[in-house]
Design a protein around this ligand. Sequence first.
Ligand code: PLP
Length: 227
Amino acid sequence: MNDLDLTTTKVTGNLAQVKTAIAKAAHAAGRNADDVTLVAVSKTHDADAILPALKAGQLVFGENRVQEAQAKWPALRALYPAIELHLIGPLQSNKVPEAVATFDVIESLDREKLARALATEFTKQGVSRPCYIQVNTGGEDQKAGVTPRATDAFIKLCRDDLGLPVVGLMCIPPVHEEPAPHFALLRKIAARNGLTTLSMGMSGDFESAIALGATHVRIGTAIFGSR
Ligand SMILES: *Cc1c(COP(=O)(O)O)cnc(C)c1O
């Protein structure tokens, strides 16, 4: 087999395995597999790796950089118009116009300046994008996200004052900690704010996230290999 065939075989097989594991985790939690959406995280991987996933029916993808997504996705969208692209990385306010034009869902809303820029841009482009608020559940200094303590007020600001379509919450637990308490905390904050979408769980911990109510799992390495 040539390299391209190898990539195709690998990605197709990994994707099938991940989907089976998601279904298994959902069933183990007494949940419906259809209630967990797989966001395939394709950052750093090129079209050769992404196309096999698209061919296998995967349409929801995550990217963490605006510029990289702008370069990769218009051509893929032309082939698969039903693609749903999620921004899962930090967003600078000055990149908001490009982000709104490139992505269907913004998962990394984490500060007031960005919230205001998004609201302005939605009006300007005459569009709307579902937004998730990123919560820094571990309170890590270097990590993006609203602190758990500030989240209720921030949701209120975004939803009530700015009219943003806030649908849920997203978190990335600290690397060296047991993730389950972070997932449980995210679920608790969402519940008390009437939010039903929970983006949590990556290649190493998605089963635990599903057990704790994840509606979206963001999985890269387990599908596309290491970066
Ligand atoms: C890269 C990334 C992922 C995917 O991580 P894997 O461990 O490769 O599955 C998920 N969420 C965010 C925010 C990421 O940046």
